[in-house]
Design a protein around this ligand. Structure first.
Ligand code: MN
Length: 285
């Protein structure tokens, strides 16, 4: 099942190139919230219980072509956005060259730095676009990554249990300004986390262990990889994260980017694609 958010916080089921508006199912099912709110995303938490009603509503709803809606982030209220640093071997080599850094005999940066967090306020959907914040010549880069959302509370789960905690997958863009500041600053500017185009539920997506991904900028190929080359697998990232952070429904994880990271500028058009999810176009402004 493919689920999107669009326009004015509408919820849709994606069927081919069209979207069925099932917002009423969600607003009727989720109770009004009272302070203090539970952490995490109430819709993602309720998704297993709502599946049948969403499918039934989608079969009756009028269909709107996807190119006529503005796609928002498929997760509205993540409790946290967790991301992996450099997590493909070739990108390790590229980063070392770019930074002029010699990491000696170390095998990988993810072993050294583990994970980092991005501000929730950086989150947008494909239809909202990415904003360039710096006009002073500083480099802003795209990073395409397989991303996922946690569907159930998870604490200290094993790698064997990890994939069962996933509600769904989407494309993630981890936009970054290069520089000396901490990652959590450089990757958390407004619009610097793009998720989309929609959520593909874990049952439909299948295994994340061998999935092709790529991104083109203005039709020029920039990054192309397969998740089988991840240094830390999806299961390992989730297991590791869950030993430090309690994972909750709605928590988002970006699994790290491959080689080919390169600059973007205002007016650019990013076309990202992941096997089993689809394509999303994101404008840079
Ligand atoms: Mn990244």
């Amino acid at each position: 099942m493919r689920i999107c958010r669009f326009d004015d916080n509408r919820v849709g089921v994606v069927i081919g190139e069209k979207v069925a508006d099932v917002t009423d199912v969600v607003t009727e099912a989720l109770p009004p919230q009272r302070w203090p709110l539970q952490r995490g995303d109430a819709f993602i938490a309720a998704l297993p219980a709502l599946r049948e009603r969403l499918e039934e509503a989608a079969s009756r709803a009028p269909l709107t072509p996807l190119d006529q809606v503005r796609l928002l982030s498929p997760v509205a209220n993540p409790g946290k956005i967790i991301a992996a640093p450099v997590n493909y071997m070739k990108h390790v080599e590229e980063s070392r060259e770019d930074a002029g850094i010699n990491f000696g005999t170390e095998i990988s940066l993810i072993d050294r730095y583990a994970l980092f967090l991005k501000a929730n306020s950086s989150l947008v959907g494909a239809g909202e676009g990415v904003e360039i914040h710096h006009d002073d010549g500083r480099r802003t880069d795209h990073e395409v990554e397989l991303a996922l959302v946690i569907g159930k509370k998870a604490r200290k789960v094993s790698e064997q249990e990890a994939l069962e905690c996933i509600a769904g997958y989407f494309i993630g863009l981890d936009i970054t300004i290069r520089g000396t500041e901490d990652r959590s600053y450089r990757k958390s500017l407004d619009t610097f986390t793009v998720l989309g185009p929609w959520l593909v539920t874990a049952d439909e997506f299948g295994s994340p262990e061998s999935v092709e991904l790529d991104i083109k900028v203005n039709d020029e190929p920039r990054q192309h990889a397969n998740t089988q080359d991840l240094i830390w697998s999806v299961a390992r990232i989730i297991s590791f994260a869950s030993h430090s952070y309690t994972l909750e429904p709605g928590d988002v994880i970006l699994t790290g980017t491959p080689e080919g990271v390169a600059p973007i500028k205002r007016g650019d058009r990013m076309d990202a694609w992941i096997e089993g999810i689809g394509a999303m176009r994101v404008q840079v402004r």
